[in-house]
Write a protein of this length. Sequence first.
Length: 168
Amino acid sequence: MSAGNQQERTDAYIAGFVDGEGSFHVAIQKTLHVKFGYQLMPEFHVSQNFDYANVLNLIRLRLGCGYIKPNHAKDLSDRSHVFVVRNRDDLLCKVIPFFKTNQLYSPKQKDFEKFACIVNAMNQNVHLTCDGFVELINMAFSMNRSGRYRKFKLENIIRHVKSSTTIR
């Protein structure tokens, strides 16, 4: 088997693994020192039980970025680990190109496409305008089962963002 063929098989394996165990997520964090009082934090992560965490290292080595940590450090009964990439340059230059080449087959592909759009828009500073920020928040809330597990409600964030621009 040629080295190129082996790499293609590894990449396909990683894409399939991420399709089942990974997530493209844009966290929305309340932060006082930023323009709108909230911050968009895109992240890619893949979790796995400790026994199989070597797969996380394979993904980290292939992408050439990110880190691996215990998934829930405070919960001693949870022995899973998570591979995380938050660095925007790594997301733009390593993670997004990898998954553009190695597409997912589940509905997670649409989440990836929205994720890539948000990260690219943030790289172009779209999130620094009120309208752009609201557009990206709406897109983030449409991901991962329509944001059903989010801490903050979409309406409250948008109301806060819009009122913060009128106050200034």
